[in-house]
Design a protein around this ligand. Structure first.
Ligand SMILES: [Zn+2]
Length: 215
């Protein structure tokens, strides 16, 4: 069985950070007023005038974005459904597109993840995959670590080690700086349990997660 999950509605965290008031929010790891002050200093250090019209609200806007990006979503717990008919089926959920930040350059990376698992009387609620992916994307990350964390979380959620994850990433630190390879893609695979030991299953998963890709 192959299932293409609907793209999560909140993937563009960048658009949610338009609040003008850099207030501290209980439970958030981000000291928003301090970040706003540092952004103002950064603008000065970059030779800019933070008092000019276009930049007046920029420190507050950027601080607010950091807060929204780094605050974990507590509702990202996976929902499990018992389904005794769905036993030993390969389920592949694709189209999990999330934005994350490369921890080496603080530049965005767009990660396109596919998750595969074998059903064992338990089916994971499809909408939860996007939320799990978003939770691990909303931090300073590396694509390799994101791939492993997503696989581990899904394994915990379905209660089985038979989980595989592929991630195709576009990194702005490769596209807009350094070698400037705009079309470069980085692919990572994490396979565990039977995805590691069963070549046929592994091949099925890789075929399903790479076929139809035009980029
Ligand atoms: Zn980087």
């Amino acid at each position: 069985m192959t299932t293409e999950a609907v793209r999560p509605p909140e993937t563009a965290q960048f658009s949610r950070a338009e609040s003008q008031s850099p207030e501290d929010v209980p439970g958030s790891p981000v000291n928003t007023p301090l970040v706003a002050g540092l952004i103002r200093e950064l603008l000065i250090a970059l030779g800019e005038d933070p008092q000019r019209e276009g930049l007046l609200d920029t420190p507050a806007r950027v601080a607010s974005w950091w807060r929204s990006f780094l605050s974990p979503d507590p509702s990202a717990m996976a929902t499990r459904f018992a389904d005794t008919h769905a036993s030993d089926q390969l389920v592949v959920v694709g189209g999990l597109n999330v934005w994350s930040l490369c921890e080496h350059h603080l530049l965005p990376m767009q990660l396109d993840a596919h998750v595969g698992y074998l059903t064992d009387g338990t089916v994971l609620g499809l909408s939860k995959f996007g939320r799990i992916a978003q939770r691990y994307a909303g931090r300073l990350q590396m694509q390799e670590r994101f791939t492993r964390q997503l696989a581990d979380e899904v394994a915990t959620a379905v209660g089985s080690h038979d989980v595989a994850v592929t991630v195709h990433g576009v990194h702005l630190c490769m596209s807009m700086r350094g070698v400037r390879m705009e079309s470069a893609r980085t692919s990572t695979v994490h396979a565990a349990g039977r995805f590691r030991t069963d070549p046929l299953l592994s091949q099925q998963f890789l075929t399903l997660t790479t076929s139809g890709r035009t980029t």
